[in-house]
Design a protein around this ligand. Sequence first.
Ligand code: IPE
Ligand code: IPE
Ligand code: MG
Length: 253
Amino acid sequence: MDQHPNNERVGSRVPRHVAVIMDGNGRWAEQRHLPRIAGHRAGVDAVKGVVEACGEKGVEVLTLFAFSSENWRRPREEVGLLMGLFMTTLEQQARKLHKNNVRLSIIGDRSAFTGKLQTRILEAEQLTRANTGLTLVVAANYGGRWDIARAAGRIAERVKAGQLRPEDVTPEVFETDLSIHDLPAPDLFIRTGGEKRISNFLLWQLAYTELYFTETLWPDFDRRAFEGALASFASRQRRFGRTGKQVAAAEGA
Ligand code: IPE
Ligand code: IPE
Ligand code: MG
């Protein structure tokens, strides 16, 4: 496998990093005449299956969009139930993830959460920080625009302090202030639930990610569905601006 700067990888058939918009929980529940929260609960079960599959396939990083900065616009009741589900899932799963050597990392503006939830998040991160298996990134109260604006603010602080000149702000310098800058960029993006949009997920980090959209609702996204996404990824040629011939030559080398 040929390793390029900027996380460009030629010829790798298994993605190192998969990023997922887990959409369709509400519709899954509505189809069954169940309350929407039942769909979110079923969604947590689907997460367990995909986490396991990532471990088996050798995926190094799995990033899951759990709650967007726009999801506060939902009815208060649903927001409250989602926060409760986040809390109980952390409490129930942190030890199990730790036992499975998973490193958990939460990205997003956690200052909007209750003190208790912030504590649970920190505890789970600290418990699992030295683990060497799958890195599981959960985006909660996350927005791609928030991420970029926060990085711009940090850069501005460094310029103001005389540590950095404006002309030195390259993409490589800029991205060191973004979330998950220490991880490889996502190779494969999956959105379940049929919508074809990014919904303010990882805007910067998805610049060269392969996009995969499926009608399958998130609670139905099982191992076979995940394998379908991996197969689609494996069949693609990533060119990063080069010609197909150049890439084929590099892959054959
Ligand atoms: C995704 O499922 C989960 C969250 C946004 C928390 P939705 O709740 O958006 O499900 P649909 O899109 O309404 O079916
Ligand atoms: C995106 O799903 C956010 C998460 C899955 C957490 P939404 O259901 O909120 O997206 P939109 O509003 O349909 O674009
Ligand atoms: Mg949705």
